[in-house]
Design a protein around this ligand. Structure first.
Ligand code: MRU
Length: 367
C-alpha cells in the first residue's frame, strides 16, 4: 500500500541484499520509522517486542529470521536453534509455526552451502504469497460488502466494524480484514469503518486508524465497549475481523475482545465475518477454547498508556492506582457458531470443518 504516494510493504530485503527492513510499528501512529534487522536475535526481538505484529507478518518475519541465522551459520544445529528461538517469541499466531516448519522442511533437505541463498528465496516466497493471498481475500470479501451496498439508499454508507489491526500492517501487504474494505473502497462503494480502539495496545486506534487515514477511507475510532450499542441501533451492517489461529472446525482466535463483538453481533443479527489466509488455519486443532495457547503479556500494557502530548512529546502515563494488579490476556476465542463465514483466498465458507475442507480438499488426508 502507499504512504504519501510511495508504495511500501511491511518487510523487505534491504539494498545491501541481505539485511531485512521492517516498518517499526511501535512508533506508529506518531512517527514512521524503518528498522533494520541484521541478525536472528534482531528478528526474534522484533516479533517479541511487536515492532512487527499480526499473524501473517509474524510468519514472514520469522522466515527472514531463519535466513539471517543461516547466513551466519548454515549448519543443522543453527537451523534448529533458529527455529526454536523464533517459535518461542509469541505463542498464539499459528502462522509463526507454519512459516518455521516450511523453512525447516525446505532447508534441511539441502547441503549447508546452499542453505542461506535458499532461505532468502523461500522467505521472499512466503512474503510474496502472503500478498497474493490477501489480495484474493480482498476480492472475495468485497463481494460481501457489495451485496450490502446494493440494499442501501443512495448516499447511505455500508458500515463495517473491525477489531484490532488486520490491515496491511498486520501482513506483508493488503491485510486480511481490511483487504475487502480496500477493494470495495477502490471500486467506489460508499463505506464507513467503525474502528475498535483495541485496548490494551490500541492497534485499532493507532494502526488501523493510521492505515485508513492514509488511504482516505472514512472511519471513526470507538472505544472497545461501543460496538454492542451501535449494533442495537442498526449502525453496523457487518463485522469483519482477522484471526491469529482458526481451528479445523472454525473456532476463531483473535485479539482480546473479538468474542464480545461476536456475541453482540449474534444477538443483533449482524453478520460476523472472519478474514484469514490459509496459513492461519491450524488443521490439527478441533477445540479452540480448550486448545489454543493464549498469550499473556506484560501487565504494564494495561496499567499504562503511551501517546503524544500537545507539544509533540511521546509520553507514557499510568492510568491505574499504584499497586493495583492487572491481567493482560492478549487473545480470545470466538466459537464457530458465532461466525457467519470465513473469508479465505479460495472464497467464503461456513465456519465448519466441512466448510473449510470444501475449500481446502487437500487437507482431507490430514484431518
Ligand atoms: O497482538 P497482535 O497485534 O499481533 O494481534 C493481531 C491480531 O489480533 C490480528 O487481528 C490478527 O493477527 C489477524 S492479522 C491479519
Amino acid at each position: 500500500m502507499k504512504i504519501d504516494g510511495v508504495a511500501y510493504r511491511t518487510i523487505w530485503l534491504a539494498k545491501d541484499g541481505w539485511s531485512v527492513d521492517i516498518i517499526d510499528q511501535t512508533k506508529a501512529p506518531h512517527d514512521f520509522a524503518v528498522a533494520r534487522l541484521t541478525s536472528l536475535e534482531a528478528a526474534a526481538h522484533a516479533i517479541r517486542a511487536m515492532l512487527v505484529r499480526g499473524a501473517p507478518l509474524i510468519g514472514a518475519t520469522a522466515a527472514y529470521g531463519v535466513a539471517l541465522a543461516l547466513r551466519a551459520d548454515p549448519s543443522d544445529a543453527a537451523l534448529e536453534q533458529a527455529c526454536t528461538l523464533l517459535l518461542a517469541t509469541r505463542p498464539t499466531a499459528v502462522n509463526l509455526r507454519w512459516a518455521l516448519e516450511r523453512m525447516r522442511r525446505h532447508l534441511s533437505a539441502l547441503p549447508p552451502a546452499e542453505r542461506a541463498a535458499a532461505a532468502y528465496a523461500e522467505a521472499a516466497a512466503v512474503a510474496d504469497e502472503d500478498v497474493a493471498i490477501n489480495r484474493s481475500i480482498g476480492e472475495h470479501g468485497a463481494a460481501l460488502i457489495r451485496q450490502v451496498a446494493r440494499g442501501k439508499k443512495p448516499g447511505e454508507p455500508v458500515n463495517v466494524l473491525t477489531h484490532c489491526n488486520a490491515g496491511w500492517l498486520a501482513t506483508v501487504d493488503w491485510g486480511t480484514a481490511l483487504a475487502p474494505i480496500y477493494v470495495a473502497f477502490e471500486e467506489g462503494i460508499n463505506l464507513h469503518v467503525w474502528v475498535d480502539e483495541t485496548r490494551p495496545r490500541n492497534q485499532g486506534a493507532s494502526l488501523t486508524a493510521w492505515e485508513l487515514n492514509h488511504h482516505g477511507v472514512p472511519h471513526t475510532v470507538i472505544v472497545d465497549n461501543v460496538g454492542g450499542h451501535l449494533m442495537q441501533h442498526g449502525m453496523v451492517d457487518l463485522c469483519i475481523v482477522g484471526t491469529d489461529r482458526t481451528t479445523a472446525t472454525g473456532d476463531v482466535c483473535n485479539k482480546i475482545g473479538t468474542y464480545l463483538k461476536a456475541l453482540a453481533a449474534h444477538d443483533n443479527g449482524v453478520p460476523f465475518y472472519v478474514a484469514l489466509p490459509s496459513p492461519t488455519i491450524d488443521w490439527g486443532m478441533a477445540d479452540g477454547v480448550k486448545e489454543i495457547p493464549i498469550e499473556e503479556r506484560d501487565p504494564r500494557e494495561v496499567t499504562e498508556l503511551t501517546g503524544i502530548t500537545a507539544d509533540g512529546r511521546i509520553e507514557t502515563i499510568r492510568v491505574t492506582p499504584a499497586g493495583s494488579p492487572a491481567a493482560n490476556y492478549g487473545f480470545d476465542v470466538t466459537p464457530a457458531r458465532l461466525v457467519t463465514g470465513l473469508v479465505t483466498e479460495r472464497g467464503v465458507c461456513p465456519a465448519t470443518e466441512a466448510g473449510l475442507l470444501g475449500l481446502f480438499p487437500e487437507q482431507r488426508a490430514v484431518a
